[in-house]
Design a protein. Sequence first.
Lengths: 256, 275
Amino acid sequence: MTAAARAFLASAIVQVRTQGSKLLVVAGIVQPAAFLAITLMARGRGGHVDPAELALGMALVGLWGTTIWQTGLVLNGERSLGTLALVLSRPASFAVVLAGKAVGSTLRAVVFVVPTVAVASALAGKPIPARSPLAFAGAALAVVASASVFGMLLGCLFVLTRSAIRIAEAATYPVFILGGLVVPLSLLPRGVRPLADAVSLHWGAELLHAASAGTPQPGRAWLLLAATTAVYGVAAALLFNRMVDRGRRTGSLELF
Amino acid sequence: VADARAASSSSRPSRPQPVLDAYRLAAQLAIRNYRVQFPRGVILLSVLPRVVLQVSFLSYLGYYANGRDGRTFAFVGAAAQIMAIATVAKGADTILDERVQDTLYRVRLGMLPLPAIVAARWLVYTLEGFCMALTAVLLLAVPFGGVHLLLRLLAAAPIFALLALTTSAFGLAVGSFALTQRLDVLITNFAMYSLLLLCGAVAPISAFGTVGEWLVRLVPITNGLLAVRHVVGGGPWLGDVLLEVVVGSAWLGLGVALLVWQDRHARRTGADQLL
């Protein structure tokens, strides 16, 4: 195993072991479960809610919430613990460490989110089907990878500002709505629908729904999931370099 | 000695500080603290967008679940429930921060009762909650229900003000309970989402069944929201308003009782933070 792979793995393990769970419980369990319950209770003649589809959408809502509140705040956590500069000055690439931490944080979130929606949909009488298990697993892995990359982007953005928590508070709902994770895009005003194209989880949701229903995987969704994730990755790299450069130049890495 | 006495008497206030002035000072300091935590930029770029987006999301959940009627129903509920962010989650920090900063014992040792100081500090979040609801109504009532809905909801503004007070009372009880727990973040957020689930914001409370319907009336917002819906629909609303007052008063009593009990317990056992 190469040094980079070892650093990646160690960072992921440390993140899984040390990250707090309070916000994870809120974003990964309480919030999606509450949204799922109120939507199921509100079902009426005017709606077309499929509990399994809804639960799958809520899983992505939970994943997005935890990406913001957990993965996005990884670097802020390092700074508040006073370990950011220490990690940065080690021989291992900080980008590799950050990537490991982002993946560890996202996987940890998955452990909270998936059982929540699985149990909730089963209780609602319609468990989430996986009619194409291989395609479903592949799409789920791609979604987790994309969420990790987006978490890295958020982490580099949040560490540049004092208002990270405030940004996080406002940043959850645009993707809930515009990503079409739960509410079909056809219900939104026409003018805002194209914005969903920029949200990788929207394409991830399309893939998961297709695999769940057993229909062929849409190639366009795979392509756009890869493209949006790549754009997030490039933006994360740019922000990351800027953050490190600014911290080194002004000696403000540890200052808040 | 005479000089010392003169200096002492001159440094003393000309009249004893009235209790009301002390409360006013506590409220003013809370406003100053709020402005530091939430400067104009944060309000414009975070608080305001969250109000619009959260209420929109819940309204669209209602749309998805029950068509246009569901959307209007959920919008009215979401516009009322949005205030819990300020009155429950943020407001609780007024007391939880004292514990974090290890200053709670100083407030407890003061001459003014802790519940009264906490209540004075809470007012800024009560006001914020009311403004959040009003903002949601002003910006979103027309797209989600038309001009008629906007006018009816504006007529119900005093009920929204009452809801800001009753949810603050609920927040006080939740914050007082969370004060002695290590899971304060989880508790306040759990309380906020429980309100969303139970108060009939997106789904009507009839979904809970006959017994459940009466049980959820013990939760703040539920009765007041029914009153708002009656104002919108032209039905009798006074009974539900009175029930909301009773429920809010009960939560206030519970919150004050918890704080008083914790104060006595802390003095008796010396376990100031009660962790």
